[in-house]
Design a binder for this molecule. Structure first.
Ligand SMILES: [Zn+2]
Ligand SMILES: [Zn+2]
Length: 134
């Protein structure tokens, strides 16, 4: 288990029980969308609103404490920010897996074809996870 309050403080984020709960959930589940976070937090804070979750998550994304992962044709998921990685997304069950790939080859092949200046790399592969292939 991580110490969520210390982590929040390190990122200059106000420590609230709701934020600690969000960090705890993301730590144990990896990636969650807003609805999943909302459902989980309702168990601890029955009067919490979806708007409050949004507000807290956005504040943490702004400080780059959380990372928003945009999933094609699905809701964005959030994760604790860590070193750059890509994502494998199962189009059948929605499973999301972190994968370390070297995107420098992709980036240099883009550079060879375009004057475009890459500022952010966000690679998502969609397909079927191992259990959905059966
Ligand atoms: Zn699957
Ligand atoms: Zn991830």
């Amino acid at each position: 288990m991580i110490n969520s309050s210390i982590l929040l403080k390190e990122y200059n984020l106000k420590v609230t029980p709701q934020r600690v709960a969000i960090v705890d959930e993301l730590y144990s589940n990896g990636h969650m969308n807003i609805d999943e976070l909302y459902k989980k937090l309702l168990e601890k804070f029955p009067s919490i609103s979806l708007a409050t979750i949004y507000k807290n998550v956005n504040a943490m994304v702004e400080k780059v404490f959380l990372n928003e992962v945009k999933i094609p044709d699905a809701k964005s998921v959030y994760e604790l920010a860590k070193e750059e990685h890509s994502h494998l997304v199962c189009s059948s069950c929605g499973m999301i897996e972190d994968i370390m790939i070297d995107t420098s080859i992709l980036q240099s092949s883009i550079k060879a074809q375009s004057a475009f200046k890459i500022q952010n790399v966000d690679v998502v592969f969609s397909g079927l996870c191992k259990s959905c292939q059966k």
